[in-house]
Design a protein around this ligand. Structure first.
Ligand SMILES: N[C@@H](CCC(=O)N[C@@H](CS)C(=O)NCC(=O)O)C(=O)O
Length: 223
């Protein structure tokens, strides 16, 4: 039985791909694009009626929302290891996951589009600066959280780290000198063999994304 992961690696599908690599499970990557020719095509409506990426099909069980997917896979395939084994550990993994989505996901995406991914002439400096302002306070919180320990929950890498590091993975291109603990932690997470494999897919897919698709990403997602 194979988990099918839908979505080009450039998208939030990266989060699911990294998790699958971390778990060492057999999976099939279906690198469909955003939009009408991909995730919004009628055949995918039952898997994700939102028409967004990623979603998975685990032996007939469909799931959308990237961090619900990573938490589900970690709990199913690595309880007590990648997925914390205690109630409190589980709650902390949820805490950091919801935090990442609510506090930094959109800001990092806006920054990355208007600092790195759009053609330079189309980058909006005001949007980029506003995004940096929005993420400044939560980034300080994260910096403090990993100042005294290697990972968010303590000595071991867990799905809490994977989720937060995956959400802010594009922050590797930011100037992070003022947040040395966050920077060291982020690079530690992204240097894991499983992360490197998933990042290679993402980098390849970034390179293969034409400028008009990047423009569409900014438009569709109002970034
Ligand atoms: N909260 C969702 C967001 C999903 C999302 O916005 N995905 C983007 C790609 S990274 C997408 O599919 N955008 C195209 C669209 O909305 O049509 C998650 O984390 O899975």
């Amino acid at each position: 039985m194979t988990v099918r992961i839908y979505g080009v690696a450039r998208t939030r599908a990266f989060r699911a791909l990294w998790t699958a690599e971390e778990l060492g499970i057999a999976y099939e990557h279906v690198p469909i694009e955003i939009g009408d020719a991909g995730a919004r095509a009628p055949e995918f409506a039952s898997l994700n009626p939102n028409g967004r990426l990623p979603f998975i099909d685990d032996d007939g069980f469909g799931l959308f929302e990237s961090l619900a997917i990573t938490l589900y896979l970690a709990k199913k395939y690595s309880p007590g290891k990648l997925y914390p084994g205690t109630l409190e550990g589980e709650a902390k993994a949820w805490q950091w996951s919801f935090w990442a989505i609510a506090e930094v996901d959109r800001g990092v995406n806006i920054w990355s589009l208007h600092a790195v991914r759009l053609p330079p002439a189309e980058c909006d400096a005001a949007l980029r600066d506003e995004a940096l302002k929005v993420i400044a306070a939560p980034f300080k919180v994260l910096d403090a959280a990993v100042a005294q320990k290697p990972y968010l929950l303590g000595d071991d890498f867990t799905v809490a780290d994977l989720n937060v590091a995956a959400v802010i993975s594009r922050a590797v291109d930011m100037e992070l000198g003022a947040m040395p603990h966050l920077k060291a932690w982020l690079f530690r997470c992204l240097d894991r063999p499983a992360a490197r494999l998933a990042l290679a897919l993402k980098t390849k897919s970034d390179r293969e994304t034409p400028a008009d698709v990047t423009r569409r990403i900014a438009q569709i997602n109002r970034l």
